[in-house]
Design a protein around this ligand. Structure first.
Ligand code: SF4
Length: 388
């Protein structure tokens, strides 16, 4: 890995809704290095797509409003400079959307849509004059060159009969083919940085596997960097170098795929990993409850109402600071405040341990009978002692 290509600092996004002001993104930081694929994982509604839309300059404003934050692409700050953001978006970003049926036009053929992407690529402002020139066939790139480029790319994406596909409408293609066309259209703009928003969610597992293979090939061939949004941890492991776990508009934890999926530190990350259905057994682990109401988010740690290790008087009051437990592996959780190890945290941050504590009436608490300053470590030992 080399230089940082994209850096987001302290992003805060609110939405004005009929129910009040929804504080959806709350201080999100993330970094993507050149040539790296970073995945953001989390439940539906946790703010992954809003983060991607903000980076891509596609956040609907209103009702959305960027309250705070900085977004650097190389050294250029984008959130404070709309024209720079537009220019970078058109020249360097590519977006692969989730649902091809709503992203592709039903009234144009694949060839017509791809032709438009090539005609207008790298243009920040497309005016009526450009559209008129295009309609009259007065383009700088000839139709023959456009056709060759499209066929070559569709061929790379293993679309059978690429020449024939150019004359077909999206409705005539299968889900997998439509998704390949969307990837092709994102790549036609010659992006340096790709954002993929759950591009394989609607596909069956075999097609999903093929699409991930093709995407990985293209990323390597073109030396691209990518931000990949998904709620599927298997997909994240397959495609990403690093993972950011997001919960209720905040980053709970980040690290390499191995850090997050093999040795998760945050109770939410652990719950996500435990929620993945196993083929060989049925054990109802996972996380109870739902994402909070953003118009009235929980105080302190936003995960505390669902957390099996929530410390009364601490987690419901103070937002957790971030701790670096290994190089590049950081977690935002009060459990690690007193130097608790991952193994020790594991012992208390499970549903079973919580059920046991609840049955014995021993809540995790930063105060006991009015005596404050009991450390988490002491509480763990106290819990262990009670088991004996
Ligand atoms: Fe949040 Fe506290 Fe649970 Fe950590 S232990 S995830 S800070 S509620």
């Amino acid at each position: 890995m080399s230089d940082t290509i994209l850096e987001l600092n302290n992003l805060e996004v609110h939405f004005n809704t009929f129910d009040g002001r929804a504080k959806v993104i709350n201080g999100v930081d993330l970094k993507v290095e050149e040539g790296e694929t970073v995945a953001i994982v989390g439940e539906s509604g946790c703010g992954k797509s809003v983060t991607a839309e903000t980076i891509m300059h596609m956040l609907p404003q209103p009702p959305g409003e960027i309250i705070d934050g900085e977004l650097y692409y190389h050294d250029t700050e984008l959130l404070g400079d709309e024209s720079a953001h537009r220019r970078v978006k058109n020249e360097s970003f590519g977006m692969i959307f989730q649902d091809p049926m709503t992203s592709l036009s039903p009234v144009f053929t694949v060839g017509e849509m791809m032709r438009d992407v090539i005609t207008y690529r790298n243009k920040t402002n497309v005016g009526w004059f450009d559209i008129l020139k295009n309609m009259l066939g007065r383009n700088t790139v000839s139709d023959e060159e456009i056709r060759e480029e499209c066929v070559e790319l569709l061929d790379q994406l293993q679309i059978p009969d690429p020449e024939g596909i150019l004359n077909r409408y999206p409705v005539e293609l299968s889900g997998g083919m439509r998704q390949r066309v969307l990837i092709a259209m994102a790549l036609l703009g010659d992006p340096e940085f790709l954002i993929a928003d759950e591009p394989t969610t609607a596909l069956d597992v075999t097609v999903q596997d093929q699409i991930l293979d093709l995407l990985t090939e293209q990323i390597e061939r073109e030396d691209l960097s990518m931000l990949y949004i998904t709620h599927n941890l298997g997909v994240a492991r397959r495609i990403a170098d690093r993972i950011y776990v997001m919960y209720a508009g905040e980053i709970a934890e980040f690290g390499t795929c191995e850090d997050i999926l093999d040795e998760p530190l945050h109770p939410y990350s652990r719950g996500l990993v435990d929620s993945v259905p196993k083929l060989t057994e049925f054990d109802r682990k996972g996380i109870d409850g739902l994402i909070p109401d953003y118009t009235d988010p929980p105080s302190g740690c936003r995960f505390h109402p669902r957390c099996p290790a929530a410390i009364v008087g601490e987690c419901d009051v103070n937002p957790p600071p971030r701790f670096e437990l290994a190089d590049g592996h950081e977690v935002a959780c009060h459990l690690y405040e007193d130097g608790l190890s991952r193994t020790e945290a594991n012992e208390i941050a499970t549903k079973e341990a919580k059920e046991e504590r609840d049955s014995e009436g021993i809540p995790l608490s930063s105060t006991t009978n009015g005596e404050s300053n009991q450390t988490t470590d002491q509480m763990v030992k106290g819990t262990e002692g009670s088991d004996e």
